[in-house]
Every structure is written in structure tokens, then in C-alpha cells.
Design a protein around this ligand. Structure first.
Ligand code: ZN
Ligand code: ZN
Length: 511
């Protein structure tokens, strides 16, 4: 069995905030876990450097889109690495390699008849003398009447075309755009309707997707899939590889998600490995993103994979709900966010990872508050786990001259640990990360209680053998807790293993 893990592509138009990390962290937990288990793992992602938000930011700052993309891509690489994200490849979508693969995919879909040409009306700003990209058109959602952008309504999740918006305005100059005819390429989603219905039904039966992904995908399918334009008149992006249409760009709809495939090819070429094992039928694939990205992963990406003849559609959709900050929605534009670079200056990455997992917005929105963050760090991480490690090693240092007593471990303790490996492994594989981490901390509490009840300070005076037994048991617990926690808390696990001089071993730890 090989494991493919795809992390969503963050727009390189601003710093990462805690919401990004909260929705992407499950990918790293999965990757670390499966590597420990000895499976073949490919974990990829990258920065979206072609999206319209980058053009908007560049216009605002009066610099080139490339300058914006470079700045934030570099910052993302730094943040992910300091947060411990163990991508096999973290790339970007403005490199030639990605463009080439996307163009190949486009041509294959065209050849299959899944992409076709059509003359359409589009929003055109006479004042700016250009066709407007979807996100450059703003107005009100025709369904819920809330303010919306030309591609999607954030309030009711409806997928929109710019011309459907009410009271349209050009985002650049504020004038009302007109509609004008132009030719574009369309993705024939309606022809995939029944295939995607069966696919979704199977995922629902096997409970492989988050509930929000099932619900939203079923809603789109019930409304009936509509063909969508997959090219745009944009200044940057992947050129349409068809004569006469070179000025048009392949739209992010199919371009960004194709990054999973292009990244795997790029990784294979770079490392001399074979990436085809991650695209055949014997693969488990996990796609990690926030709930606003669901249709790209449950409709568009499977549609593309079918079109290019790959049989493995995404198996697991890990679409987290949102993280709020002190009960308010995170917003880059309103500057209501916790920026990851700031946070990393003040806090240990494992404290952040712990909080974001134990409070993960897995099935409903979750809230970040400073009070909770500090409390969870002090009471659980330091108070329970840190304390258990500390008191055990201190005791051994003081009473046994820093040599770990070597007794046969109490079978009750061994059984507890074996059960924990099984349970936590099952939780991670079924993407119930929060529950998995809770189970580990139940055993952390058990360990502290074990220490307390054995009273090694009395045993030391009364019965040295039983004291050695207790210390052996406690060290056994520490080593295995550190191992089981390493997908969640890689930095502190490494520290504990170093203290005990235990080498990092891959394979057969998780069963
Ligand atoms: Zn709406
Ligand atoms: Zn305009």
C-alpha cells in the first residue's frame, strides 16, 4: 500500500495565519505516522503563485506579481519548516515544470472531449479596457443577497459566475462592467454527473470523507453539475496550449489542483523515484484543506483524474471546518488573524501543534483563544506529559546514578501501550486526529497516576527491586509515548528520545 498526501495550495499573496496551519496540519500528522509505520509515503504541496489574489496585491503595491509570489513563497517555506511540516516536495505553481504538466493535462482533456470551446458573455470593464477575472468582480449573491465575489459566495457557498452577481462592480476602478462576447474553453462536468454520484455514494458508505465534504458535494450533485469555464483572460498563469488562444490562461479551477500531479512528477524526477505507484489502484490518498476548497477536491480533481485515465480518485477528503479567533471569523483583509511568523517568534511549534490538534475544527468550527492556548499548554503538555518525563528521569538520575534499571516490563503496562498503538493508529488513519491525541493523553494521565501509586520514593527504602520495576515501567511508558506522539509533536518527541539516547527507527512501530 502506498500513501499519497496532498496539502492544499496556499495563495502567495499574504502571510500564513493560524487558520491555514489548522487546516493543513492533519497532512503532516498523516505523513509522519505512515512513515513510522513503514509505508511508502509521498506528501506534496506548494504555493499558488498564479491566482488572481496575487495580481490584486501586486497592483495595490505597485510591484510585479513575481515579486509578491517570491516574497510569500519564501515565507511559507520558512513557516512550514519551522512548524515541522515534513513535505517530500513543497513547490510553486509559477515554475515551468508545473505549466508544462498542466498544459499536457489540458490537451488530454481536450482530446477526450471533456473540454470544449464555446462563445460566452463575460464581464468586461470599459474603463479598465479588459475582461475581468472572477475575483475582480464584486457584488451581491443572487441566492442569499450577501456581498459576494465573482467566483463564489462565502456566505452560502454557492459557486457563481461573475455575470450572476447583482449590482456588479469592477474591483479595480469601481465602475459597473458590461458583458461582452469572447471564446472560452469549458469543462464538461455534466457528463461526469453519474460517475461522481456513484463515487460520492461510495465515500459516504465507507465514511472516508469529512461530513461537510459529503454534504456539500451531494448538494452540488443534487443541483446538477454545470459545465464551467476553465480558461480566463488573465495577465498571469498557464497559457492555453492551443493555436490562436495563447493569450488566454488556464483557470485555477483545474490548474491549482493539477499541482498534486505535477508535484509528484517533479518529485520523481528530482529524486529518481517512481511516482506511478501513487496514481495506481493500490493507493490511499488523503487531500487536506479547509471547507472552502471542498468542490475542487470532490468534483473537479476527480473529474480531471478520470479524464487523464487515472483510476485512483481521492479516497480521503480531510476538509476541516474553520478556526475562529476569540469567537470571530479570521479575516486577512480586516487584519483579524494570528500570523504564523509572529506566533513562531514567541511559542514552541509543538505547543501550537498540540493546541490545533486537540481543538481541531474537525466537525464544527473551533475557536482559538489565548486563555485556552496558555491553559492547554500549561496543564496538558507541561503539566502532565512534561512532568511525567521530568520526574521519572530526575528520579533515575538521583537514585540510580542515571542508569535506567532494566527489569521486565509489567504486562499490564505493555498491554496498555499495545492497545494505544492500535487505537491511535486507527484514529489517525480514519482522520480522527483529535480523538487520537486525546487517547494518548489518557495514557499520559495513567502514567502519572502509576508513578504516584507506586510511590517509588518509599519503594527505594523498602524494596529496591520494586523500585527498579517502577522505573523500568515508567521509562517504557515514556519511550512509547514519545514514539506515539511523534506524528503530533515531533520536536518534543525528538528531545525525549535524545535524552534517552534512543535512535529514530522507521517502520513497524505502529501496527
Ligand atoms: Zn450567497
Ligand atoms: Zn475597471
Amino acid at each position: 500500500m502506498s500513501i499519497f498526501i496532498g496539502g492544499a495550495w496556499a495563495y502567495a499573496n499574504g502571510s500564513l495565519h493560524l487558520g491555514h496551519i489548522s487546516s493543513l496540519l492533519p497532512g503532516d500528522i498523516l505523513a509522519r505516522y505512515y512513515r513510522l509505520k513503514g509505508e511508502k509515503v509521498l506528501y506534496v504541496s506548494g504555493s499558488d503563485c498564479n491566482g488572481t489574489p496575487i495580481t490584486i496585491r501586486a497592483k495595490q503595491e505597485g510591484v510585479s506579481p513575481k515579486e509578491i509570489a517570491d516574497r510569500y513563497h519564501e515565507e511559507f517555506v520558512e513557516c512550514f519548516s519551522r512548524m515541522g511540516f515534513s513535505y517530500d516536495l513543497y513547490t510553486r505553481t509559477d515554475i515551468e515544470y508545473h505549466h508544462k504538466v498542466v498544459q499536457e493535462i489540458f490537451l488530454k482533456l481536450l482530446e477526450k472531449g471533456l473540454i470544449y470551446k464555446k462563445a460566452v458573455e463575460q464581464t468586461y470593464c470599459e474603463h479598465c479596457e479588459q475582461f475581468l477575472p472572477d475575483r475582480f468582480v464584486e457584488g451581491y449573491c443572487p441566492i442569499c443577497r450577501e456581498p459576494a465575489r465573482g467566483d463564489q459566495c462565502d456566505s452560502c457557498s454557492a459557486i457563481l459566475e461573475p455575470l450572476e452577481l447583482l449590482e456588479r462592480k469592477c474591483k479595480i476602478c469601481g465602475h459597473s462592467p458590461i458583458s461582452k462576447y469572447t471564446e472560452h474553453f469549458y469543462f464538461s462536468l455534466h457528463s461526469l454527473q453519474s460517475l461522481l454520484e456513484n463515487y460520492t455514494k461510495e465515500a459516504e458508505t465507507k465514511k472516508l470523507w469529512r461530513e461537510n465534504a459529503i454534504a456539500l458535494t451531494k448538494r452540488y450533485l443534487k443541483e446538477g453539475l454545470l459545465d464551467r469555464a476553465v480558461t480566463r483572460d488573465l495577465p498571469i498563469g498557464v497559457r492555453v496550449p492551443v493555436a490562436g488562444y495563447e493569450d488566454k490562461k488556464i483557470y485555477v479551477w483545474i490548474e491549482a489542483v493539477s499541482g498534486y500531479y505535477s508535484a509528484s512528477k517533479q518529485w520523481a524526477e528530482k529524486t529518481g523515484n517512481d511516482d506511478s505507484i501513487y496514481w495506481d489502484t493500490n493507493v490511499k490518498s488523503y487531500y487536506i484543506h479547509g471547507k472552502d476548497n471542498i468542490p475542487f477536491h470532490t468534483i473537479i480533481w476527480p473529474g480531471i483524474l478520470v479524464g487523464i485515465g487515472k483510476e485512483t480518485l481521492p479516497t480521503h477528503i480531510v476538509s476541516n471546518e474553520f478556526l475562529t479567533l476569540e469567537k470571530k471569523k479570521l479575516s486577512t483583509s480586516k487584519n483579524w488573524a494570528l500570523w504564523v511568523p509572529d506566533l513562531l517568534q514567541r511559542y514552541d511549534p509543538d505547543s501550537i501543534r498540540y493546541f490545533l490538534t486537540i481543538n481541531a475544527p474537525e466537525n464544527r468550527d473551533a475557536d482559538f483563544s489565548w486563555k485556552e492556548f496558555i491553559y492547554s499548554h500549561n496543564s496538558e503538555l507541561l503539566g502532565a506529559y512534561g512532568n511525567f518525563v521530568n520526574r521519572t528521569l530526575k528520579f533515575i538520575q538521583k537514585s540510580f546514578d542515571n542508569v535506567v534499571p532494566n527489569q521486565k516490563v509489567n504486562p499490564e503496562v505493555v498491554e496498555k501501550i499495545i492497545r494505544l498503538y492500535n487505537e491511535v493508529g486507527h484514529c489517525i488513519e480514519t482522520t480522527a486526529f483529535k480523538q487520537g491525541l486525546e487517547k494518548v493523553f489518557e495514557v499520559v494521565r495513567y502514567s502519572n497516576k502509576y508513578f504516584d501509586e507506586k510511590q517509588p520514593w518509599n519503594q527505594l527504602r523498602e524494596n529496591i527491586e520494586s523500585c527498579k520495576q517502577t522505573m523500568s515501567d515508567c521509562v517504557y511508558l515514556i519511550v512509547n509515548l514519545a514514539n506515539i506522539l511523534s506524528p503530533f509533536l515531533p520536536f518534543s518527541s525528538k528531545k525525549v528520545k535524545e535524552m534517552l539516547r534512543i535512535p529514530e527507527i522507521a517502520g513497524n512501530q505502529f501496527i
